[in-house]
Design a protein around this ligand. Structure first.
Ligand SMILES: CC(C)(COP(=O)(O)OP(=O)(O)OC[C@H]1O[C@@H](n2cnc3c(N)ncnc32)[C@H](O)[C@@H]1OP(=O)(O)O)[C@@H](O)C(=O)NCCC(=O)NCCS
Length: 159
């Protein structure tokens, strides 16, 4: 692993991510919240980034993750995002980032790793299958339910 290393120095990390145009675009409108939620007193999520040894100031990939709990199944890790700069894809960077996140989950005592992937994203889906992921979409007998912020606000008013 001499080509890559992971940095956990938090201020350096966010600076690196925001400096990189492509990764900043990948974060989209969540960029500001990402910053606030990562560096508050009780961070809501964690992040690993990959840089090359020859250019440690440029982020070439990152992954964002956080533990979540189920009363029935215990703690699992949710990998919210895995991203590698287009120029650096196909060289093992995404796998290293994913492995690092997976190891953190094991170290935390997680009982599984959860992620979602878009229907159109065949490359990522194939990668996840290739390394042992199981698609629960059709078999888990559950539906993913979401309440928008407006929906939340409306619901709590419904007394
Ligand atoms: C998905 C993504 C992170 C992969 O990163 P990458 O650095 O190109 O991937 P790697 O080179 O590390 O390859 C990872 C592994 O997946 C495998 N893989 C890659 N593409 C594959 C495919 N089409 N089918 C099967 N396996 C595939 C590789 O073989 C490798 O495993 P191996 O080395 O054990 O053989 C990258 O393409 C990306 O950032 N895409 C845009 C963002 C995205 O879609 N993220 C996922 C959101 S859920």
């Amino acid at each position: 692993m001499d080509r890559l290393y992971f940095t956990s120095t938090k201020y350096k990390l966010i600076e690196l991510i925001l400096k990189s145009r492509e990764t900043r675009l990948a974060l989209g409108s969540a960029g500001n919240e990402f910053h606030e939620d990562l560096f508050c007193e009780k961070p809501k999520w964690q992040c690993v980034v990959a840089t090359t040894a020859s250019d440690p100031d440029t982020v070439i990939g990152y992954s964002v993750y956080y533990p979540f709990h189920s009363a029935w199944k215990g703690m699992s890790l949710y990998m919210d995002d895995l991203y590698v700069d287009a120029k650096h894809r196909g060289k093992g960077v995404g796998k290293l980032l994913w492995q690092k996140v997976t190891q953190m989950g094991l170290d935390m005592g997680c009982k599984g790793l959860r992620l979602t992937v878009k229907e159109w994203n065949k490359t990522a889906r194939d990668m996840y299958f290739h390394h042992g992921c199981v698609d629960l979409t059709d078999s888990c007998d559950e539906h993913i339910m979401h309440l928008s912020k407006e929906g939340m606000e409306k619901f709590v008013q419904d007394v």
